[in-house]
Design a protein around this ligand. Structure first.
Ligand code: HEC
Ligand code: HEC
Length: 208
């Protein structure tokens, strides 16, 4: 009986002493990722590492496979992508599936204050040129392989749009969906229109 009690109380002690962590069930392969993408996969604007939380699992898995195979991140101008290419090289197919499923199931990152911009212009251009694939709330559309944009920070969205525009991303012959996006990266007439679209996307995040 006393043995039983000791067992129960030590179990309780372990429970009390174990710090509660938001990512207690993160796969161990996520540990090195947290340094840049954050414990909750909320992303880091400073490190130019995007949020991964709540992104579509198939999209995430495809990006990791593409980094690994040099379909993304291999262009000499793609400094940020090159970092990810090196990291993805060590991941097995099994790790990739596990990581993508784990990240997709995390709650979306807390929205930051929207950039200032002409929201009306952004709204018009977003719905005319982006929403058909990325969704009316920029929530993404897995059926069209288009990722969520609403969870991403302004600087990352801008950098990726410009990567597509400049042929730094979406050029590789095996990058079927990247090529679709590359074709769309000419649809905004000016950088100001892009900034307005991004401000509009961020206003959607703030409204959620
Ligand atoms: C040294 C910092 C760093 C580490 C560590 C890191 N990443 Fe990244 N990751 C980045 C950066 C920077 C980008 C943006 C690349 C670009 O600009 O194209 C990125 C992009 C990604 C993307 C593409 C997201 C999108 O929206 O297209 C995925 C998926 C990803 N990382 C997953 C991971 C995983 C999983 C790990 C751990 C195995 C990891 N990263 C570790 C810096 C890092
Ligand atoms: C024809 C459908 C389509 C349209 C229209 C479209 N996109 Fe995309 N977009 C995609 C697809 C598909 C991808 C994923 C590419 C990949 O798998 O690498 C993508 C990827 C992106 C990414 C990269 C996200 C990340 O996590 O790295 C950004 C940013 C983006 N689109 C912005 C836009 C903006 C802004 C517009 C409007 C001007 C737009 N897209 C219009 C299909 C589209």
């Amino acid at each position: 009986m006393s043995k039983m009690l000791t067992l129960i109380s030590s179990a309780l002690l372990v429970f009390v002493l174990t710090p509660f962590s938001a990512n207690a069930d993160a796969p161990s392969s996520y540990q090195p990722c947290a340094a840049c993408h954050g414990e909750a996969a909320q992303g880091s604007t400073e490190l130019k590492a995007p949020a991964l939380a709540a992104q579509d699992a198939a999209y995430l898995a495809r990006q990791l496979q593409h980094f690994k195979a040099g379909v993304r991140g291999a262009d000499p101008q793609d400094t940020q992508g090159a970092q990810m290419k090196a990291l993805a090289a060590a991941l097995s197919d099994e790790d990739i599936v596990l990581l993508a499923d784990y990240l997709a199931a995390l709650p979306p990152p807390v929205a930051t204050a929207p950039q200032t911009g002409d929201l009306k212009n952004g709204n018009n251009y977003y719905h005319a040129s982006c929403g058909a694939c990325h969704g009316g709330q920029a929530q993404g559309n897995p059926g069209l392989n288009a990722p969520a944009l609403v969870t991403l920070d302004a600087a990352y969205i801008k950098a990726q749009y410009q990567n597509f525009q400049q042929g730094v991303r979406g050029e590789h012959p095996d990058d079927k969906y990247g090529r679709q996006m590359k074709m769309m990266s000419g649809s905004l007439p000016s950088e100001k229109d892009l900034d307005d679209v991004i401000a509009y996307i961020q206003s959607l995040a703030a409204a959620q």
